[in-house]
Design a binder for this molecule. Sequence first.
Ligand code: FNR
Length: 391
Amino acid sequence: MDMQSVINLDQMRELARRRLPRIAFDFIDGGVDDEHCLQRNRAAFMQYRLVPRYLRDVGERDQSVRLLGRTYASPIGISPTGLAGLWRADADLMQARAARQADVPFLLSSASNGALEDIAAAAPGHVWFQMYCTSDERINADLVSRARQAGVGVLVVSVDVPVNANRERNRRNGFSRPFRMTPGVAMDALMHPAWVLRYLRTGGMPMMRNWQPYARQGASASQVADLYGTLTPAPRIDWDNLRRIRAGWDGPLAIKGILHPADAMQAMQLGADALVVSNHGGRQLDAAPAPLEMLPAIRQAVGERVELILDSGVRRGSDVVIARCLGARSCLFGRPPVFAVAAGAQAGVARVLQILRNEIDMVLAQIGCPRFEALDPSYLWPAGGHPAISR
Ligand code: FNR
C-alpha cells in the first residue's frame, strides 16, 4: 500500500494490526494490568480545548524548535522502542533515516537490534541514545563511552522500569521468554504468512547488537537476549548511579520517565538538561497519572532551568500544541513509528512524521499562532473548567 495514502496515525495502527501476528501487535499496542493508564494518556488531552484567535496573519508558519542546543524542523521525535527488529529487519535503521530526513530526533533504545555505532553513523546529528542503568557499572560506563565515540548528541537515561510490568496481553498470548510454541502461537503465525516468511528469510530472531560485546564469543541471539534479561531491569539502581552517569558524560543528558515534581527537581539538581515526562506509554504502572496531568506541576517545580519533553499518548498535532501550551518544549511518540515501520518500512515512518507535522501546521494556523515557540497557556481552555485565558 502507498504510505502517502495513509490519513492518520490510527489508520497506520490498523495497517500494522493486519500485517502482524496478534502476539506481535499486542506486544506493541498493549499496556499494563487493565490498561487504564493507556486510556488516561489519551483522555488527558481531551481535557483541554484550544481557543482560536482570528484576524492574525498566519500566511507563514514556523514549527521549528530549539532543543538541547540545536534547532529541529518539528517539535516531535521518535521515542525509544526496544526489539523493533522483531517487527521488521533493520527497523532501527529505517526509523533513524526517516528522522534524519524529517530533521527530528530519533531516540535509539539500548534494547534495539541495530548497533548504536551503525545507527548513529546512519543519521548524524539526529540520534539520541537511550539506556537503562544495568546492575553492572562497568557496562553502564562502557555504553556511555560507546555513545560518545559514536558521536551521539544526547544521552537519555530511562528510570521508569525498576521491575518488569504485568502486561496481561503478553501473558495471554504466550509472549514469553523462553519462547514457547503453543498451538495458539502457531495458528496466529499461520494467519500472517507474509510476516512469518519475511521473518524467517531475514534470519529469524534478531540479535540485540548493543549487548553482543558483553556476551561470550559466538553467543546466539537468544543467549544475548538472556544476558540482557539478567542485567536489566535492575531494581537496586538509585540516584547515585545516575550521578555516575552524569559524571561520565559531558554532553546533554535527558532523564526519561519522570512524573513526580520532586523527582524532576532532584534530576535537575543532579545536572539533567532535559526531562522526558512520560509513563512509558502506560506500560509500567496502571495507576500512574498521564504525563500531561503532571506537566504544569513539573514546569512550576523546575522553572525554565530544564527542558521538558512530553511523551505518552501523543497521536495528533493538537496534542503537541496543547503540551507546548502547558510547558513542554516538544513531544515524543512511540507506538505510531513502530506500527509504521511494520506496515511500511522507512516510508511508513516518514509518513507518520509528515502527518504530525502537517497537523501541527494546520492547528497553528487555525488558532492564529504562526510560531510554535510562541504558544502559551492563553490558547487553552480547560474542558468545563475555570478559564485559563489571560489575554
Ligand atoms: C517502549 N518504550 C521504551 N522506552 C524506553 O525508554 N526504552 C525502551 O527500550 C522502550 N521500549 C519500548 C517498546 C515498545 C514496543 C513500546 C510500545 C514502548 C516506551 C516508549 O519509549 C515511549 O515512552 C512510549 O511508547 C510512549 O507512549 P506512546 O507514544 O506509545 O503512547
